[in-house]
Design a protein around this ligand. Structure first.
Ligand SMILES: Cc1ncc(COP(=O)(O)O)c(C=O)c1O
Length: 403
């Protein structure tokens, strides 16, 4: 008999989707094939140099443990961002904690919320969605509750339609707008309805806002102090901090994926407990990363430059995908395109992406980004313009040859 040396949750984990994609990529590189990698959402755009300079300058001769709370300078910069971008006035009702990107914070929050007040064990999240929502609930001993979101519903998760017992025992709900993988955004009315539901059912609203600054440049034409009339993506923290936590990140905003920097901001009552809990996790951000993050949160121009790059890539790629009948609408946010698999592949998204991989084009199938949704694949607009066009050309020829 073989002994299982890890617990059931660990033993039963499926490979993390991005690990699987790196394996495919590795095989292509080994075979000497050109690779067009639309798999992982990690664009290779040089980091804005003042951020790098600040980090280099801050690397100390003697390195000591960072605090969980982070520096005052960082908090000031994060506050200044929240006020500039969302019109949120500085208040003691909102607490902020720096995180090492949002992934660890998304994972760790489940450990703090699952099982709260009278056994609330469900963690509700959208499917398709970021895989850590599910795994965090599993590791925390909670009940993961995926809710299938669809194009017909604007990919909005509507928890008021769920069974009564789930609504009652929800510890927290994840939403993610702009949404990975579909690029869907949520409007003013949706946020209001969702917050009202959270308050009614005493559910903590967890808003994964890592793409909130990655939107089509055309939305910048409609900036308004009143969120009802601002066309840019919103965060629920603009409405209330009561039982709301937002998870923001410099990964997509400033391209700092490798540096690991983000923040949790929201209900000060939860944040003060999180401060204590996180001291156990050992996730204080290194001081030199905090120094670079101060520069990143304090500037908006480098982010506008990044938006221009992604908007341009959207314009390059989408006509090809529309011509092939793989997408109808162009998303207004993120750098993702959620495409239908060509008809000739029926719903076989994995079969299709493996065929694309033979051409050197790496994409993510919906089955790996969801809990059983077939028939879609995601393109992350990571490659540069020439590679994007070249890949679209290859894909068009291939699809036309099999249809
Ligand atoms: C929806 C979503 N949330 C969170 C993350 C985590 O990003 P990071 O930890 O780099 O901030 C990602 C990364 O791709 C994501 O797509």
């Amino acid at each position: 008999m073989t002994i299982q040396l890890v617990n059931d949750v660990t033993a039963q984990l499926k490979p993390y989707p991005m690990e699987e994609l790196s394996r495919i990529r590795g095989a292509l590189v080994k075979a000497g094939k050109p690779v067009f990698d639309f798999g992982t959402g990690d664009p290779k755009i040089p980091t804005w140099s003042p951020i790098r300079d600040a980090i280099i300058k801050a690397i100390p001769q003697i390195s000591q443990y960072p605090s969980v709370k982070g520096s005052d300078a960082l908090r000031d910069a994060q506050w200044s961002y929240l006020t500039r971008r969302f019109g949120i006035a500085r208040t003691n009702d909102i607490g902020i904690i720096p995180s090492q990107g949002s992934k660890e914070a998304i994972f760790n929050i489940a450990l703090c919320l699952v099982g709260r007040s009278g056994g609330k064990k469900h963690l509700i999240y959208p499917d398709p969605g970021y895989p850590v929502y599910r795994s965090s609930a599993q590791f925390a001993g909670g009940i993961p509750y995926p809710v299938r979101v669809s194009e017909a519903d604007g990919y909005l998760l509507k928890p008021w339609t769920l069974p009564e017992n789930v609504q009652k025992s929800a510890a927290a709900i994840w939403v993610n707008h702009p949404h990975n993988p579909t690029g869907a955004t949520a409007n003013y009315q949706y946020w209001q309805e969702l917050i009202a539901w959270c308050h009614k059912t005493d559910t903590v609203l967890l808003s994964d806002d890592c793409y909130v600054d990655i939107y089509d440049t055309k939305l910048d034409q409609n900036i308004n102090v009143d969120p009802q009339f601002d066309s840019r993506p919103l965060t629920p923290l603009m409405f209330t901090s009561d039982r709301v936590l937002t998870f923001m990140s410099l990964s997509k905003r400033s391209g700092l994926t490798g540096y690991r920097s983000g923040m949790i901001a929201g209900d000060h009552r939860i944040v003060s407990s999180l401060l204590q809990a996180r001291a156990n996790f050992g996730v204080g951000s290194p001081d030199f990363i905090q120094a670079g993050s101060v520069v990143a949160w304090s500037d908006d121009d480098h982010v506008a430059e990044r938006r221009k790059i992604f908007s341009h890539r959207l314009k390059l790629a989408t006509p090809h995908l529309q011509n092939l009948g793989l997408i109808d609408n162009i998303p207004e946010a993120t750098f993702y395109l959620w495409c239908r698999v060509p008809k000739s592949f029926k719903n076989d998204d994995v079969g299709f992406i493996l065929k694309l991989a033979e051409l050197g084009i790496i994409t993510s199938p919906s089955s790996w980004l969801s809990e059983g949704i077939g028939g879609y694949f995601r393109l992350a607009l990571v490659p540069g313009d020439d590679d994007t066009l070249h890949a679209m050309d290859l894909m068009t020829k291939f699809i036309k040859s099999v249809n």
